[in-house]
Ligand binder design. Structure first.
Ligand SMILES: [Fe+2]
Length: 290
């Protein structure tokens, strides 16, 4: 998600895509992917939503090396009709939304260097592909992402992109989900980050707040550190139904003129998961035993 507006880079198609040029990756590039993959794959079971691990299997992403987008798209297309396409970096909002609305996920093709292991200014192929693509194999989440793109194109016409960007941030990038008695990770920004995969579930400092769209759209977010608040959804079907599966225009109008909430605000009406919450404790016990 970005708001950077640039001119179309040289060599890019009109839709901003470029070839992945998979054969240009070096042995070091593939080794970096494998290193990041091994670290997350060892830690995520018991923390991440099981549908994410299923996606890694279904798409055969456990195969060593940076995935070839064509091969990956072939499997994804069969499953949910999605493709992965390479872009040169951050793309304008309209381009991003249009790709999503057409079931194309845009991904960076470069991979971080060893000195960037835990911090990146721009999303690389590990964040974009490891973080985002497994859940695109899940039919409901796949529908959510497409509907988000369509909602983005509508929000743009209504001048409400900043509100909708918060939804992407707090779900697709940094979402938590309650499954039965457990809290699990599903946001790509969390699951592609070793530190935040631990912090988001284990650290006592951030707020974990039951999902409420109106409240979320008033909430600022942090781009330079781990999140101070996470929103917990009750399921992907519920997320789709409550958000981009519906007309958000009345909500945008209603929110005009309301003040923003700071990242660390907790309201009296918030449903907050605390360390003592059963769901929270269960997730921790499970992660510890895995
Ligand atoms: Fe992302």
């Amino acid at each position: 998600m970005t708001h950077i507006l640039e001119r179309l880079p040289d060599g890019a198609a009109a839709d901003w895509t470029i070839p992945q040029d998979w054969s240009a990756y070096t042995a070091q590039d593939h080794a970096m992917w494998d290193r990041l993959f091994a670290r997350q794959a060892a830690m995520l079971p018991g923390r991440v939503v099981p549908e994410f691990m299923d996606g890694l299997d279904i798409l055969r992403m456990t195969k060593p090396g940076i995935p070839d987008f064509q091969e990956l798209s072939g499997r994804l297309m069969q499953r949910t009709g999605w493709q992965v396409v390479a872009v040169p970096g951050l793309v304008p909002d309209r381009v991003f939304f249009d790709h999503l609305a057409n079931r194309r996920f845009v991904a960076g093709r470069f991979i971080r260097t060893p000195d960037q292991l835990d911090y990146l200014e721009e999303p690389d192929v590990f964040h974009d592909v490891f973080g985002h693509v497994p859940l695109l194999a899940h039919p409901v989440f796949a529908d959510y992402m497409q509907a988000y793109g369509e909602g983005g194109l509508r929000a743009e016409r209504m001048g409400a992109i900043d509100r909708l960007a918060r939804l992407y941030w707090y779900t697709v990038e940094f979402g938590l989900i309650r499954q039965g008695d457990e809290l699990r990770l599903y946001g790509a920004g969390i699951v592609s980050s070793h530190g935040e995969s631990i912090f988001a579930l284990d650290d006592p400092s951030p707020n974990r707040i039951g999902f409420d769209l109106r409240r979320l759209m008033r909430t600022q977010y942090r781009i330079d550190d781990y999140q101070q608040s996470y929103f917990v959804i009750d399921g992907f079907e519920d997320l789709l139904r409550q958000t981009v599966g519906t007309d958000l225009a009345p909500l945008y109008h209603e929110l005009e003129g309301t003040s923003d909430l700071m990242v660390d605000t907790v309201l009296p009406e918030d449903r907050v998961y605390t360390l003592g919450t059963q769901a929270y404790a269960r997730a921790r016990a499970l992660a510890a035993s895995s």
